[in-house]
Design a protein around this ligand. Structure first.
Ligand SMILES: O=C(O)CCC(=O)C(=O)O
Length: 251
C-alpha cells in the first residue's frame, strides 16, 4: 500500500515534471523557430543572375520604416567636410556626392586611392547593419555612406579592393529616391570590349537591399547614372567586411 501510494505520488510528480519538461521544450522550440524565421529569408528575395553575376534583391524595410530610417540618418550621419575625392591612375578627382564612413574601431578603407577612417557606428547605422546581418547571416564591419540628389552619380567601378573579404557579399541598402543601377561586364565595356554581354539594369527602391555576391565584383562594374528628373535625395549604404589581418586596414 505504502509502496503503491509512493509510487502513485512518484507517478504524479513524474507526470508533472514531464508536462513542465514538454512546456520548456515547446518554449525553446518556439524561440528557435522565431530565431530561424529571422534568418530564413523573412523577405521575398529576387535572384538576379548573369554570367559571373550573382545578386539578390529584396525590399528589406517597409515604406514607413524606411522613411523613419532616412530621417534618423539625416540627423546622425556627418559627411566629410572636405570635398570627397577619388584617385584614378594617380590623378585626383572630386566626386559628385557627399560621403561618410563608419565602422568598427580602428578600421580604415582605402577606396579609389583615398584612405577613409571609420567613425564609430551611429545607433541607426548599427540597427540597419543588424537587420542586414539577421536577414543574410553575413557580418559586416564597415559601411560607406553616399548621399546623392538627381544630378549626383557614381561612375563605373568595382568594389574589389584587396582589403575586402572576398567571400563576403557587398550589402547595399537604399533609402530615398529610387535610382537606376547598371552593371556592365568587364569584357563588354569601353573601347576594349571584346565580348557581347548585355548590361544588367536594376532599379534600387526605397528600403531595398541589394546583395552583390562573389564573384560579381570581380567581373562586373556598377554605376549609378545621372537622372536629372530625380529631384528627391537618396542615401545609399554599402556594408562591407574588411579583412582585419592586413596592416592597411588598421588606422
Ligand atoms: O549609390 C549606389 O547605389 C552605389 C554605391 C556604390 O556603388 C558603392 O558604394 O560602391
Amino acid at each position: 500500500m505504502h509502496k503503491t501510494k509512493r509510487s502513485s505520488v512518484n507517478s504524479n510528480t513524474t507526470k508533472k515534471l514531464k508536462v513542465e519538461d514538454d512546456e520548456v521544450k515547446e518554449k525553446h522550440a518556439d524561440e528557435e523557430d522565431a530565431d530561424l524565421a529571422e534568418f530564413a529569408n523573412p523577405v521575398p528575395w529576387q535572384k538576379i543572375e548573369s554570367e559571373e553575376l550573382d545578386c539578390d534583391y529584396a525590399l528589406l524595410f517597409p515604406k514607413e520604416e524606411a522613411d523613419a530610417l532616412f530621417r534618423k540618418l539625416e540627423e546622425e550621419v556627418v559627411y566629410a567636410t572636405e570635398e570627397a575625392q577619388v584617385q584614378v591612375f594617380g590623378k585626383v578627382y572630386s566626386i559628385p556626392r557627399k560621403q561618410a564612413t563608419y565602422g568598427d574601431a580602428g578600421l580604415a578603407y582605402i577606396y579609389s586611392g583615398v584612405k577613409r577612417l571609420a567613425c564609430p557606428w551611429t545607433p541607426t547605422l548599427e540597427h540597419i547593419k543588424e537587420k542586414v546581418t539577421k536577414t543574410t547571416g553575413q557580418t559586416f564591419n564597415f559601411v560607406l555612406v553616399n548621399y546623392k540628389d538627381g544630378l549626383d552619380h557614381m561612375g563605373e567601378h568595382r568594389d574589389d579592393e584587396k582589403e575586402l573579404d572576398p567571400f563576403c557579399p557587398i550589402a547595399s541598402v537604399s533609402l530615398g529616391a529610387t535610382r537606376d543601377f547598371i552593371f556592365r561586364h568587364r569584357d563588354a565595356r569601353g573601347k576594349h570590349a571584346h565580348r557581347n554581354i548585355d548590361p544588367v539594369k536594376l532599379e534600387l527602391a526605397h528600403g531595398s537591399l541589394l546583395l552583390m555576391n562573389p564573384p560579381t565584383n570581380t567581373f562586373w562594374y556598377h554605376s549609378l547614372p545621372i537622372r536629372k528628373k530625380v529631384t528627391k535625395p537618396r542615401i545609399n549604404l554599402t556594408f562591407r567586411r574588411i579583412l582585419i589581418s592586413g596592416k592597411k586596414c588598421i588606422a
